[in-house]
Design a protein around this ligand. Structure first.
Ligand SMILES: *[C@@H]1O[C@H](CO)[C@@H](O)[C@H](O)[C@H]1NC(C)=O
Ligand SMILES: *[C@@H]1O[C@H](CO)[C@@H](O)[C@H](O)[C@H]1NC(C)=O
Ligand SMILES: *[C@@H]1O[C@H](CO)[C@@H](O)[C@H](O)[C@H]1NC(C)=O
Ligand SMILES: *[C@@H]1O[C@H](CO)[C@@H](O)[C@H](O)[C@H]1NC(C)=O
Ligand SMILES: *[C@@H]1O[C@H](CO)[C@@H](O)[C@H](O)[C@H]1NC(C)=O
Ligand SMILES: *[C@@H]1O[C@H](CO)[C@@H](O)[C@H](O)[C@H]1NC(C)=O
Ligand SMILES: *[C@@H]1O[C@H](CO)[C@@H](O)[C@H](O)[C@H]1NC(C)=O
Ligand SMILES: *[C@@H]1O[C@H](CO)[C@@H](O)[C@H](O)[C@H]1NC(C)=O
Ligand SMILES: *[C@@H]1O[C@H](CO)[C@@H](O)[C@H](O)[C@H]1NC(C)=O
Ligand SMILES: *[C@@H]1O[C@H](CO)[C@@H](O)[C@H](O)[C@H]1NC(C)=O
Ligand SMILES: *[C@@H]1O[C@H](CO)[C@@H](O)[C@H](O)[C@H]1NC(C)=O
Length: 826
């Protein structure tokens, strides 16, 4: 601890000393720390950040909108840095003079709120001296995906900052960071830092994985790298101010395939670098802690310590492993093999021999090419018994993974649909897609008038010159017209009974106002991005849920139209039915059947409602699965829900589960070729990583989210809980670690203890695990999930029957068990 404090005080000195030491004889590169959109300078984490409104002479900024969020939510320590940003709708250049040499460039993104700019929807590219860093980049999507591993901008708030780090070799005196918004979109940036790096940082020879010990040297001239992962293995997080290059070292436990395989070891006395050049390579803190193979009380350790990482396929990766023998003071005690993506990267590896002693830190670099279609990188360390070591053990202290640029590009190859044929503005393509299934040329004629009115209403909707789509086609009008043409709905049907209206009823605004007591706030039963949901009572006494979209929200309009279109086509016992809608006076109001028991989430945690029994939970899962199964297979194209979560599973008065909220839904495979998403949709903690990476929406993304729902149901906790320790924040990752060890029962909702059949929970966990498979194609279909869940319910019911006798004499909460048994018997 003393050490940490000392480092904090001295770190600034170290930087100065290090640079003076390593940069003699060369033009000295400047260090930059820029607070974008700010005037004057601020001190954050022991560094001075210069506002770019009053930059020094070595920095120029071309344009941009200066943004400030006065209601910044997050840690006040970071407020000076992250409450300001620069937003751009045209290309914005930051030019840094005196940047020649090697440096780490870090870009900070915190989607704050500012005027009408919803930074969650930004889409832009960044080019650094000709090297493409990101392409059609959506910060929100990346944050949704990586939320667990991001720096949180504040305590337990769910506001996250995304920091992207690059290693650049700048061969001229200036570095130009070009920020290019996508056509019709915009981008933003909160802070930029440039930290010069010693030239020897990456010149060492690298070992080619699978190359039988062949060395090659890494030539980074004209190439850049992106830091994908940087972990202090077996230790705690290392904060930027504890590292002379302001790097952040995260925890490794979240990436371990089986957390139990490795145990943490440490020795903080007298650690040294085995080569003098390495102080810039990693702080000593990295070498003070390690992970070694756990003692499993078996004679020989015949397993690997394995870490698994998500990466982009088709790039080369530099994997840097840091080692320091902390326990043994002689050779031949720990000899192991290193595997990278299942190929041997090194064998007969003895850290003591490599460094010539105990407590001496060093590193090794490996180069691996990740083949197409593979998006994971495995790093495994295991015993090399052939080598004749005294014990079987392995050790790792730190790990870094860098992605190497390929043909001047570091951006996802597949990111945001870069196929040649979608140069048109993506909103058009989405519209074309939504419309495709139902549109016909005949309708177009009838619509022209509507389109004209509509275009006037919709602000800022650039329609471009698309040739494969007609401007202004809106599903809402299509629904109206199609329906009217069929004569099954419309004004002539307005007084007809609800049950006979196949598609729904058009309500007048007066009717809606009557039912909700003129939108009385005391009747609000839910609030979301779209607006409010009211409980209403129609004249005939029917209870309904009335969803009134916020008329100002562009996104709301889209979702409103999608939802009407979807719901009017769908009828199923496990889907919330839409009774009708109202679009008078530019209102967007949907009327649904009333679901007396609210959201599934409210019955799991965070409220005073009595806990659901395991049997009820299984029934709810089965109901929701039936609804989704119908969505996926019920229509010719199939429909993807896109936002499966426990707040979108509603329960009626008999606790029958129904899927709700089709605002984000998309029709299936017919869109596959043309579909491009402007921004990743979905919810924190439920988002399918494969969907995000590949931008291809399939029903397997719903399966992933449903798997997260299953874990949420069994653990009864939030899918993202930022107040928990880092490795527990994300439920999907945390629960999967326990599930892989076949001990999901350890983290089961305490309210269920003793009231469930262990076998049923075991099977349930297996289903959830399959749903969360990395690759969509390995996940089951909804039909398979449904089948398995029904089987799990049978097992549990049988157990309830068999245990009813003992239980009633032995346990409290017996009424519950007994009623369940009765239900099961009947
Ligand atoms: C920045 O601050 C200086 C001095 O406080 C002031 O003169 C200048 O007008 C400010 N610039 C902007 C853009 O606010
Ligand atoms: C930004 O920099 C690039 C590359 O140096 C240059 O081509 C472009 O014209 C610059 N744009 C602006 C707006 O200055
Ligand atoms: C600007 O860069 C030059 C060298 O490139 C350096 O000597 C000078 O100190 C820098 N100015 C500031 C204000 O950092
Ligand atoms: C951006 O996304 C985050 C996380 O999904 C959400 O909490 C926030 O409200 C969104 N901001 C806006 C302006 O929609
Ligand atoms: C965490 O959240 C709780 C309530 O949600 C709040 O009372 C508390 O102040 C928060 N703590 C921090 C550090 O933000
Ligand atoms: C690779 O380089 C190391 C030193 O960096 C050397 O000890 C080793 O013999 C080399 N291996 C081969 C196969 O050239
Ligand atoms: C690295 O590659 C560049 C060309 O890309 C070449 O000019 C340079 O000599 C190479 N450096 C080394 C050390 O091989
Ligand atoms: C740490 O290493 C030093 C030097 O080898 C040794 O004296 C000490 O016992 C070690 N401490 C632990 C806890 O292993
Ligand atoms: C240490 O750094 C110096 C200067 O940067 C370089 O010449 C030397 O080769 C480096 N030594 C090792 C072992 O990397
Ligand atoms: C360790 O992993 C490698 C690569 O996946 C595998 O070939 C090897 O059999 C594993 N070793 C053990 C003991 O499981
Ligand atoms: C590597 O091995 C693991 C199991 O040890 C397996 O799950 C994974 O699919 C393998 N990866 C490749 C690329 O073969």
């Amino acid at each position: 601890m003393m050490k940490v404090v000392a480092m904090e005080v001295l770190s600034l000195l170290f930087v100065v000393v290090a640079f003076m030491y390593f940069r003699t004889g060369e033009a000295e590169a400047n260090t930059f720390a820029i607070n974008c959109g700010a005037n004057g300078s601020v001190n954050v984490e022991g560094r001075r950040w210069v506002g770019d409104l009053a930059p020094d002479s070595n920095i120029t900024v071309t344009s941009g909108i200066v943004a400030y969020d006065s209601n910044f939510i997050g840690d006040s320590t970071y407020a000076p840095l992250y409450s300001t940003a620069r937003i751009f709708t045209d290309t914005l250049n930051y030019t840094f003079k005196g940047a020649q040499g090697n440096s780490f460039v870090r870009l900070h993104f915190d989607p704050i709120s500012f005027l009408n700019y919803n930074l969650n929807n930004s889409l832009f590219s960044i080019v650094a001296n000709g090297l493409k860093l990101v392409s059609r980049f959506n910060v929100h999507g990346e944050i949704l995906l990586k939320s667990t591993y991001l720096q949180k901008s504040g305590g337990n708030s769910s506001s996250f900052v995304l920091i992207k780090e690059y290693f650049l070799n700048v061969d001229i005196d200036i570095l130009v960071l070009e920020f290019i918004p996508d056509k019709g979109s915009f981008g933003f940036i909160n802070a930029i830092e440039i930290a010069p790096v010693v030239d020897s940082m990456f010149v060492n020879s690298v070992n080619k994985v699978g190359g039988n010990g062949a060395n090659s040297s890494l030539n980074l001239s004209k190439r850049g790298m992106e830091t994908m992962y940087r972990l202090n293995v077996g230790g705690s997080e290392i904060k930027p101010f504890e590292d002379e290059l302001w790097r952040m070292w995260g925890l490794d436990s979240g990436y371990m395939v089986t957390a139990d395989a490795g145990s943490e070891i440490k020795n903080s006395s007298t650690i040294t670098y085995s080569s003098t050049n390495e102080s810039a390579v990693a702080p000593l803190l990295v070498y003070e802690t390690a992970r070694a193979m756990s003692n499993t009380e078996v004679l020989e350790k015949r397993f690997n310590m394995s870490w698994k990482f998500q990466v982009d396929p088709e790039f080369e990766y530099l994997i840097r492993l840091h080692f320091c023998e902390l326990e043994f003071d002689k050779a031949n005690q720990r000899i192991f093999r290193i595997y990278i993506n299942n190929q041997t990267a090194a064998d007969n590896f003895d850290v003591f021999v490599q460094t010539g002693g105990k407590n001496r830190g060093f590193y090794q670099d490996y180069l691996d090419v990740v083949s197409p279609k593979i998006n994971t990188l495995w790093i495994q360390l295991g015993p090399d018994t052939a080598a004749g070591a005294a014990g079987t053990d392995a050790l790792l202290n730190g790990l870094e993974i860098f992605k190497l640029s390929k043909n001047g590009n570091l951006a996802h190859i597949e990111s945001y649909g870069q196929t040649k044929d979608n140069k048109n503005s993506e909103s058009l393509i989405i519209w074309a897609g939504i419309v495709a299934g139902i549109a016909s040329i005949a309708i177009l004629g009838a619509l022209l008038l509507f389109i004209f009115c509509f275009c006037k209403r919709k602000r800022n909707n650039k329609l471009g010159d698309a040739k494969n789509s007609s401007p202004g086609w809106r599903p809402l009008f299509l629904v109206h017209s199609a329906v009217k043409a069929k004569g099954s709905l419309g004004s002539q049907n307005r007084n007809g009974s609800l049950s006979t209206a196949r598609v729904g009823r058009i309500f007048t605004l007066a009717e809606i106002k009557g039912a909700t007591n003129n939108f009385d706030d005391s009747l609000v039963i839910g609030v979301g991005g779209f607006g409010k949901v009211f409980k209403g009572e129609m004249e005939d006494g029917t209870l309904v849920a009335i969803k009134r979209a916020n008329p100002l929200s562009e996104q709301g309009l889209t979702e409103f139209e999608t939802e009407i279109e979807m719901l009017s086509r769908l009828r199923h016992r496990h889907l919330v039915s839409m009774i009708g809608f109202c679009d008078e006076e530019s209102e967007m109001i949907l009327v649904y059947e009333y679901m007396a028991n609210g959201t599934l989430r409210s019955h799991l945690f965070g409220t005073d409602l009595p806990p659901l029994t395991w049997k009820k939970r299984l029934e709810v899962c089965i109901g929701a699965a039936r609804g989704l199964h119908y969505l996926h297979t019920g229509s010719e194209q199939g429909i993807i829900h896109r936002d499966v979560k426990t707040t979108n599973i509603l329960l009626d008065e008999d606790f029958v589960a129904k899927m709700a909220d089709f605002g984000l839904s998309k029709t299936g495979p017919a869109l596959e070729h043309t579909h491009v998403s402007t921004a990743v949709k979905g919810s924190f903690g439920y988002l399918d990583p494969e969907y995000f990476r590949r931008q291809q929406l399939t029903e397997k993304s719903d399966i992933y989210s449903f798997g997260v729902v299953l874990f949420e149901i069994v653990c009864a906790r939030a899918v993202i809980n930022p107040s928990l320790p880092k490795d527990q924040i994300n439920l999907a990752e945390w629960a999967m670690r326990w599930q892989r060890q076949r001990s999901l029962e350890t983290i089961i909702d305490p309210q269920l203890k003793g009231k469930y059949c262990p076998e049923s929970v075991k099977r349930f966990g297996e289903i959830a695990e399959k749903c969360l498979a990395d690759e969509g194609k390995c996940r089951p279909t909804m039909g398979e999930v449904l089948w398995h869940l029904e089987y799990v319910l049978q097992i549990h019911e049988a157990w309830l029957l068999a245990n009813s006798g003992e239980n009633s004499s032995r346990r409290q909460g017996l009424e519950e068990t007994e009623t369940e048994v009765q239900e099961a018997e009947s």
